[in-house]
Design a protein around this ligand. Sequence first.
Ligand code: NAD
Ligand code: WQD
Length: 342
Amino acid sequence: MKKQILVTGGIGYIGSHTVVELIESGFEVIIVDNLSNSSIAALNGIGEITGKSPLFEKLDVCNKSQLRSFFEKHAGIVAIIHFAAFKSVGESVSNPLKYYYNNLVSTINLLHFMKEKDIPYMVFSSSCTVYGQPDELPVSEEAPVKKAMSPYGNTKQVMEEIISDTLASTPSLKAISLRYFNPIGAHPSALIGELPIGIPDNLVPFITQTAIGIRDELKVFGDDYNTPDGSAIRDYLHVVDLAKAHVVALQRLLNKQNKENYEVFNLGTGEGVSVLEAIKSFERATGEKLNYKIVDKRPGDIEKLWGDTSLANKELGWKAEKSLDDAMLTAWKWENYLQKRK
Ligand code: NAD
Ligand code: WQD
């Protein structure tokens, strides 16, 4: 029986890009997704890019009985890449139970079946949000996890703990948590990309929607931060680079190269970019002029955050390679494709 990789949330933004990289690296993939924050059109995109159609089941990972039948049907799964989660920071503040339920129960269910069905490996989507505003930059994996700034952020902290505790009690299980910084951009084909539902919270979809005329102007949240140009700084990472890191992390587990049962890696570029620099990059890469205005800071935003990625560089042999301009250009191509598809 061929070894299969289960990708939860594989129709979503980062998941769909990772599925492409997995297929292109020769893996057989099964996707489960309940399409709560994605469109099945991404499955066609994956098919067009790779020439292969991964198996897909519409399923809620929180539904234990559905999941049981799924694992009984698919006995060849050797590893899980777990993307499925809700991710809106603002919504998690207004509806914390929705976030605690979906993010925690899905992860607990998967760990349960990993134990029961002897599926030894998990790659888990964590986030730089676990660091809050760190005392030192760039922030390394050694930095203390600070009190979460939102229920969403707390779900990531608690899930990391749940995974680590479960592995400690069941040494046959191994996992890698990947703490992403700010993923942006799209596949160069522009056939898959980020699909914000409603008004985007994140910077780059807001930029592309403004440039294409869906939004009147981008609001730049604050220009009086303690940063060189006054706007806030983040570590923006091309989603294709991020997707590739999942393949490497998976191979590390499958090839038993992991040094601990549970490992954590930052995934970013290691470079901080301000909001105003991000706008300039978009304008340079696309030739579009962006209408923006400086407004007050967004409540709860941190001032500056970028990652120390030397551990991932050394241990995974992975480095972000694509440029910010390339990420902006692909995000723009994707926005144009989306508007045509409507
Ligand atoms: P996304 O919303 O595009 O993808 C998540 C997918 O999971 C969606 O397709 C959604 O339908 C599915 N899903 C959610 N709950 C489910 C459930 N109970 N059962 C089955 N499917 C379910 O989000 P994304 O940006 O691709 O994020 C993927 C992961 O990476 C998430 O865990 C997110 O928290 C994490 N992450 C994202 C970012 C970011 O900025 N995008 C940064 C750090 C971490
Ligand atoms: C980036 C910068 C904004 C929109 C979020 C989550 C975090 C993680 C990554 C998942 C900030 C500024 C934004 C706009 C703006 N996700 N901005 N105008 O805040 O780093 O983090 O995504 O784990 O948990 O909180 O990303 O894209 O929202 O903002 O000026 O309309 O752009 O103030 O400085 P953020 P973002």
